[in-house]
Design a protein. Structure first.
Lengths: 236, 443
């Protein structure tokens, strides 16, 4: 049984039909990447999963339970953690406070401290910046804080919305290798990306979204070599 | 100089009330980005609930409010906080929450509506919570009304009947439309007066004269007062303290000569009572003022710790920055917003309890004076930087200082004008307020 199952979800913003029957499944332990052009509905898919958008119909099942329309704050404690587009850093809080909020629903002090250490191993830069206001960090550092913060919730499934957006190429490579490392440590990942090139390299499987519908899906390597994907998303 | 200090003390006491109120505006603005115009009415609710509760408690305990034990004040404060918090919770839950996604203007209009509702409901005169003790009147049995005849408290002996008449209401629900006087439940004394002499009073030759048991020198240019305890007919202390002003001119008074006191007392009443002759300080520092300011400061410090040192406070600040992302952290946004309203209301209720301790005249709930008070606290929040906790405190004290000093040194009539002039000035020079900052998100 898949960790996450999205079944024919339809979602609207007022009259805009953003998701037109999207179905996908994320297996335990894998990285699934969701790629597609601007406005394809990638962000909306993640929002429908984490409860920020209520699907008009269709179902979302997580860890064997129906979570359709469950508000996001009730899902965090169950292991479904969403790092939103544009990072969602609290610029008015310090880095340490941002991290503390990642563990908001947890009460096991020792566990939190251990997870904090592990997050610092992945992101040594974040550790140095703890006292600083998060708003004063560079874009790349903010992205690191956002991911580190998500790890503190001890996710089973991590939803990442364009973690590479606006980062320097070198940093993009770093972020992707960290994503792979997180996955290796046992976290299932649903990765939304515009940078299809990189995404298809780290992911096990991929789903291509076009105007609110799943256009293709399959093995990441297979898709990367498919002509249609090459032409539309890989720029060659 | 002494005027200056005296005004400074008064301004700090009033400023602490403004600050407590301003914090409520700022807290709610911080999380929801909207001005809760019903906040000042929650303050009025706190003040009037304090009045009703103090009447109720002291009557039940059968004590004179002026001599109630210290914990009565605490009970009254807690009652005011509970009522105000509950009402604030309901306002948020039923008036504001359904409009969370509506345009800001709709919420603003709703807030004004809620404010008017509270003002008008507060003026209704419902059942009495506390009455004066019933009195018994005697009338002819034949004149009894059927209700009087049926009443168990009516005693008929032949032609005569004794009828119990209900006492006049001392406090009604919700609050009523006539002004009341708040009993001062906090202890008061002048803290910095010095003792000139102590001893035992020797009575006096005439009304308004007392004799002291040793020679006393009254110096020129000083104000003296005599604190004594009243004695009963048998000469035992009654525990009832009183302060007599000293009206005698400066000079040395030998043992056995009279000192004139004000208000005039029958010398017999105090014969044999212990006295303390004190010199009034140039600038009296009253325990009451100190208690008001200290209580307010303790609450502000508590709030500061709550907001900046606890997980809940971090959640409040997170919501203030971005509600959606806060939800993604697992924060129950509705719960935290409710809590914020309740917190603001609790501070307003505390202000509603403390303020009448200094200015005991309670006007009816819709009175202009309340509206103005709330408005000044709002100005304080804006001047300090709305959404900023320290800013609200700073603004509260600043507004009070400007108001009080302006009234004394320039014009009493214009004191409110100064307050709003400060507002305009700050908005022109620093639109985000003195301590206000605008944190920009980097993308
Ligand atoms: N708040 C909104 N109100 C109205 N329409 C919206 C809203 N958010 C998204 N949409 C529309 O829904 C569609 C899907 O948007 P979505 O943000 O999911 O796309 P995306 O695939 O994440 O795009 P991008 O790669 O640019 O982030 C778009 O047509 C967009 O215009
Ligand atoms: Mg998007």
């Amino acid at each position: 049984m898949a960790l996450l199952e999205v079944g024919s979800v339809n979602a609207f913003y007022g009259a805009v039909h953003a998701l037109k029957g999207v179905s996908l499944a994320v297996e335990k332990g894998e990285i699934l990447t969701l790629i597609g052009g601007n406005g394809a509905g990638k962000t909306t898919t993640l929002r429908a999963i984490s409860g920020m958008v209520r699907p008009r119909n269709g179902t979302v099942k997580f860890d064997g339970q129906d979570i359709t329309g469950t508000p996001p704050n009730e899902l965090v404690g169950r292991g479904l953690v969403h790092v939103p587009e544009g990072r969602g850093i609290f610029a008015n809080l310090t880095v340490a406070e941002n991290l503390e909020l990642g563990a908001y629903t947890r009460h096991d002090r020792a566990g939190i401290a251990a997870d904090l250490e592990r997050a610092f191993e992945l992101f040594p830069r974040v550790k140095e910046r703890q006292k600083q206001l998060a708003g004063t960090l560079s874009g790349g550092e903010q992205q690191m804080v956002a991911i580190a913060r998500a790890l503190l919730a001890r996710p089973k499934l991590l939803l990442l919305d364009e973690p590479s957006l606006g980062l320097a190429p070198q940093l993009v490579a770093t972020i992707f290798s960290i994503i792979r490392e997180i996955n290796r440590q046992g976290v299932t990942i649903l990765l939304v990306e515009q940078n299809a090139n990189m995404a298809l390299k780290v992911a096990h499987r991929a789903v291509v979204l076009e105007v609110g519908q799943v256009a293709m899906s399959g093995n990441a390597a297979d898709l990367a070599s498919s002509d249609a994907v090459k032409k539309a998303y890989l720029g060659h | 100089m002494s005027d200056f200090l005296q005004i400074l003390i008064a301004a700090v006491a009033v400023g602490s009330t403004y600050a407590l109120l301003a914090l409520g505006y700022t807290l709610v603005y911080g999380v929801l980005k909207f001005i809760n115009f019903a906040h000042s009415d929650v303050f009025v609710l706190g003040a009037w609930t304090s009045f009703t509760a103090s009447m109720f408690v002291t009557q039940r305990m059968n004590v004179d409010p002026a001599h109630a034990p210290w914990w009565v004040g605490l009970c009254v404060l807690l009652a005011a906080i509970s009522v105000a918090s509950t009402v604030a919770y309901c306002i948020e839950r039923f008036a504001y929450r359904p409009l969370r996604k509506s345009p800001r203007l709709n919420v603003l209009i709703t807030a004004i509506g809620v404010s008017l509702l509270l003002q008008n409901v507060g003026q209704l005169t419902g059942p009495a919570v506390v009455r004066e003790t019933p009195t018994t009147v005697t009338k002819a049995a034949a004149d009894l009304t059927p209700a009087e005849r049926a009443s168990e408290t009516t005693k008929i002996n032949g032609e005569q009947a004794q009828v119990q008449v209900q006492g006049k209401p001392l406090a009604t629900l919700p609050f009523g439309s006539s002004p009341r006087s708040m009993p001062v439940l906090l202890p008061d004394a002048v803290l910095n007066e010095t003792t000139a002499a102590t001893g035992v009073m020797d009575g006096g030759s005439r009304r308004g004269m007392v004799k002291l048991d040793k020679p006393v020198t009254l110096e020129e240019g000083r104000t003296y007062s005599l604190q004594t305890e009243r004695l009963d007919a048998s000469g035992k202390p009654t525990g009832e303290r009183e302060t007599l002003g000293v009206a005698s001119p400066a000079g040395t008074y030998e043992k056995g000569t009279d000192i004139r006191t004000q208000p005039a007392r029958n010398a017999k009443d105090v014969q044999g009572a212990a006295y303390t002759l004190t010199i009034a300080p140039e600038v009296p520092i009253r325990l009451l003022d100190v208690l008001i300011v200290v209580s307010a400061l303790v609450l502000m410090a508590g709030l500061e710790i709550l907001v900046y040192r606890t997980k809940l406070g971090t959640a409040m600040r997170a919501i203030s920055y971005n509600v959606e992302t806060a939800q993604l952290m697992g924060i129950n946004v509705n719960l935290v917003i409710s809590f914020t309203f309740v917190l603001g209301a609790a501070l307003a209720a505390a202000a509603g309890f403390l303020y009448p301790m200094k200015y005991p005249g309670l006007n009816q709930p819709a009175h202009q004076i309340w509206v103005l008070l709330g408005l000044k606290a709002f100005v304080a929040a804006v001047v300090g930087g709305i959404g900023n906790i320290r800013g609200a405190v700073l603004g509260g004290f600043l507004i009070a200082l400007v108001e009080m000093f302006g009234a004394f040194y320039i014009s009493t009539k214009l004191s409110d004008v100064f307050v709003f002039a400060i507002l305009i000035f700050v908005l022109l020079v620093r639109p985000s307020g003195i301590l206000g900052t605008t944190v920009r998100e980097k993308v």
